[in-house]
Design a protein. Structure first.
Length: 315
């Protein structure tokens, strides 16, 4: 059986590095496009090849398209902090234009599937709702806006070419990074576990009431594998755990696991109770991606233990 050729952009990033490793282990022939040369020889050995280059380089993109990839997974984006604070021209060059450039080039080379990583932030305020793929988009940040535009570009090429273009609306991911240098410590669970390990306390930036849907990075990869394999023609998937937890619930789970592992009771320091409107319970419906075979397997407890294992090895 001929292996499917997959190109992953942003391959040395937090999600990209994990995606490359997972798909390689699942039998795909993976090419990593990265701005930097990774130094992890074990990771490198799993891949077909690594190309060091910039996804904004249109000459490079045209050269890559000649290699006849079946799947492109596009993961390059500024994070929400840089997207919301950056100049529109700069943010567009990273978050929007490469989507258009990749699709305009690869759809002419018989690409089968283009998987674009979007964000739940395209929905805007989801407090008190059940969110599925048909829910109204109401983005309230530049980060969400650029991804909504990216989805629109995908929709255009989905309707006007033979390439199946799929937008993945990702909820809050977490988990130990593949590369120690990956900047992933602004992610809530990662940040709180790291703080617990290094400082023996957990300091919250809120009263703990904000709600989130957290999905482990390996489950994200599993969902993408299901999207690649399915014959179903769906242009958008919510990729989430389907479980809504408060930040305080997460902090308490970390405290419990830390106590079991290290026989020490952490202190949790929260901000004063807010007098503003509390976020109402919501649920991110992931029935569609489950219907094509995806099933989350990583519990919060398992993910927290994985992070502590990482800290013990690397700190």
């Amino acid at each position: 059986m001929v292996k499917q050729k997959v190109l992953v952009t942003g391959a040395s990033g937090y999600i990209g590095s994990r995606m490359c490793q997972y798909l390689s282990e699942q039998g795909y022939c993976v090419t990593a496009l990265s701005r930097n040369q990774p130094s992890d020889n074990v990771w490198l050995s799993k891949l077909e090849k690594v190309i060091v280059g910039d996804v904004k380089d249109e000459i490079l993109i045209k050269e890559l398209a000649d290699d006849n990839y079946s799947i492109v997974i596009h993961l390059v984006s500024l994070d929400h902090h840089h997207s919301n604070k950056g100049a529109p021209s700069q943010v567009s060059r990273v978050n929007i234009i490469p989507v258009w450039s990749l699709l305009d080039t690869f759809t002419k080379q018989n690409l089968k599937k283009f998987i674009y990583f979007s964000t739940m932030q395209v929905y805007g305020d989801i407090s008190g709702d059940v969110i599925d793929e048909n829910s109204k988009l109401n983005t309230q940040s530049f980060y969400g806006l650029t991804h909504q535009i990216g989805e629109d570009i995908c929709d255009y090429y989905n309707r006007n070419t033979k390439t199946e273009c799929i937008s993945v609306r990702l909820s809050n991911s977490y988990g130990a990074p593949i590369f120690a240098e990956n900047n992933c410590w602004w992610l809530v669970i990662n940040d709180l576990c790291r703080m617990a390990f290094l400082e023996k306390k957990i300091v919250l930036q809120s009263d703990g009431s904000p709600l989130r849907d957290f999905i482990h990075g390996w489950d994200v990869c599993s969902a993408v594998d299901s999207i690649i394999k399915t014959p179903e023609k769906n242009s958008v998937y919510n990729v989430s755990s389907g479980v809504t937890l408060s930040i305080m619930e997460i902090a308490l789970k970390i405290k419990e696991i830390y106590s079991i592992r290290y026989a020490y009771k952490l202190t949790i320091i929260a901000q004063p109770l807010s007098e503003g409107k509390k976020q109402q319970y919501f649920k991110i419906n992931n029935d569609l991606v489950r219907s094509i075979g995806f099933e989350p397997t990583w519990s919060i407890e398992k993910g927290i233990n994985e992070l502590f294992d990482f800290f013990e090895k690397n700190y």
